[in-house]
Design a binder for this molecule. Structure first.
Ligand SMILES: Cc1cc2nc3c(=O)[nH]c(=O)nc-3n(C[C@H](O)[C@H](O)[C@H](O)COP(=O)(O)O)c2cc1C
Length: 199
């Protein structure tokens, strides 16, 4: 089901960790499965390992090199087309990974007036400190962060061998977050189509 445009909400699922042996894709597959079951959303998984972005930025006013343009070309249009984002993030040193910050910093208007939901994982804190840091950064980028999160505390004890959480409460949390995300995505897509977002 879409909104007045009749089009399902294009949702970019961003895998925030790039570590060898990372757990992130398990979590991303799980939430992408939830999105796939909904008629009002489609998912595009943006994996920063498959589409690495440079960490050296051009000087202000300087055109990026061809290599930088090519690398951005694998990510930027997908963020621009997204109506909503789900960021899947672990907690690194009480915050979110550097590769994810880099992906945020390479972009600006692609985030404007769009909603962002979070699925986090970590130790005792379940990645919630990473999420709270992301909220501050995304406010600077004119994004709207979703109140409810899905967070996996001591995630190693929660996921079964099938790559799904064993606690049914996780499915409830995913639905609540995605319901809020789609409400905002519909509202903001309609608003952007009526009136371009101006900064
Ligand atoms: C550099 C680094 C810092 C970490 N810092 C934290 C932390 O502050 N809090 C926490 O709960 N877990 C921390 N962890 C554990 C990670 O949450 C855990 O290793 C998780 O699997 C990382 O996600 P990934 O496997 O997708 O890379 C840290 C892991 C790494 C590699």
């Amino acid at each position: 089901m879409g909104d007045a445009t009749g089009t399902p909400l294009r949702t970019a699922v961003i895998i925030g960790s790039t570590r060898d042996g990372r757990f992130g894709p398990v979590v991303a597959d799980w939430i992408t499965g939830h999105i796939g079951e909904r008629e009002d959303m489609t998912a595009d998984v943006v994996d920063l390992v498959e589409t690495p972005l440079p960490t050296v930025f051009p000087a202000f006013g300087q055109a990026p090199s061809e290599e930088v343009v090519a690398r951005l070309g694998a990510v930027t249009p997908r963020l621009a087309e997204a109506d909503a984002f789900v960021i899947v993030t672990p907690e690194y040193n009480h915050s979110f990974p550097a590769a994810l910050k880099n992906a945020l910093d390479w972009h600006n208007e692609q985030w404007h007036a769009k909603p962002v939901g979070f699925v986090s994982y970590g130790g005792l804190a379940g990645g919630l400190r990473a999420v709270e840091h992301l909220r501050v950064v995304l406010a600077e980028l004119h994004a709207v962060t979703i109140r409810n999160t899905v967070s996996f505390h001591n995630y190693g004890e929660i996921f079964g061998a099938d790559g799904r959480p064993t606690d049914p409460g996780c499915e409830v949390a995913a639905k609540a977050m995605l319901d809020q995300l789609t409400w905002w995505a519909h509202a903001l897509r309609e608003a952007r189509s009526l009136r371009p977002y101006a900064v």
